[in-house]
Design a protein around this ligand. Structure first.
Ligand SMILES: [Zn+2]
Length: 254
């Protein structure tokens, strides 16, 4: 890490948080109340650094407020409480749209068939260092905590997955392509999820997780933090692998 960055982080972390920020976090980031005391402090510290080092931008006419930036940074910090991953190193910008935005898509199928057009999206992770989020969807998740959905956890977990090549070790059909324990167990949980969704059986992870191993990892991350006991009961192996990766144990939180 460059020396100036190290010193700046140290300096930033010494400054007390403005009362106004404390107030917003208290009201808009309820997950903080579940954390043990030392992690509550750490969450705020991580958020302060993310706000300083990442570029947040309102798009599609959205006027991005300090409150929005703080809320996004706090939730993004939950995933890096114990694993700083150098504060999502490589990530440069967080682009926020007022609601679902239209993204161009281009898909090629067998036989040279090409499908092109625009599709509505609520969030996405662009490998090139950008995360795109819809503020409307973020808000929807914040006001209905029991759904187990959280767009911010979802998109930021894609970034971590990509960085560490986690689900790159699992095929679309759920075959583990590596023989380490993590990959084996997550692949097994993914196969079970594929079976359950195909047969219409209940799964604690949303059906969207059947799209690909990467989507499975991201929706499972949402549930891991929002409904940890459900995930632990239903897929204990997956729960412990997520716990090992993020180095947190949300079941033990309040
Ligand atoms: Zn996704």
């Amino acid at each position: 890490m460059p020396l100036f960055r190290y010193l700046k982080r140290k300096w930033l972390l010494k400054k007390p948080l403005p009362d106004e920020w404390e107030d917003i976090i208290h009201k808009k980031v309820p997950v903080i109340h579940r954390l043990p005391g030392h992690l509550q402090e750490r969450l705020k510290q991580r958020a302060v650094i993310l706000i300083d080092e990442k570029h947040f931008e309102g798009c599609g006419g959205l006027e991005l407020t300090g409150e929005m930036i703080l809320v996004i940074a706090c939730y993004a910090s939950v995933l890096i409480l114990e694993e700083p991953a150098d504060y999502y190193g490589g990530l440069q910008s967080i682009l926020v749209y007022p609601e679902d935005y239209l993204a161009p898509f281009h898909e090629e199928y067998e036989g040279g068939i090409v499908s092109e057009g625009y599709e509505s999206r609520s969030g996405e992770y662009w490998g090139a260092g950008n995360i795109v989020l819809s503020w409307k969807d973020i808000q929807r998740d914040l006001y209905s905590v029991s759904t187990g959905n959280n767009l911010i956890y979802h998109e930021f977990s894609h970034l971590l997955d990509d960085r560490y090549g986690l689900t790159a070790g699992i095929s679309a059909e759920g075959t583990a392509l590596r023989d380490d324990e993590w990959t084996q167990i997550v692949a097994k949980a993914y196969r079970r999820h594929l079976r359950d969704t195909a047969t219409g059986r209940y799964s604690v992870v949303s059906a969207y997780g059947a799209t690909s191993p990467a989507e499975f990892f991201s929706v499972a991350t949402e549930v891991f933090i929002e409904k940890p006991s459900g995930l632990k009961r239903y897929m204990p192996g997956l729960y412990s692998m997520l716990s090992a990766f993020y180095r947190i144990d949300p079941v033990s939180w309040r």
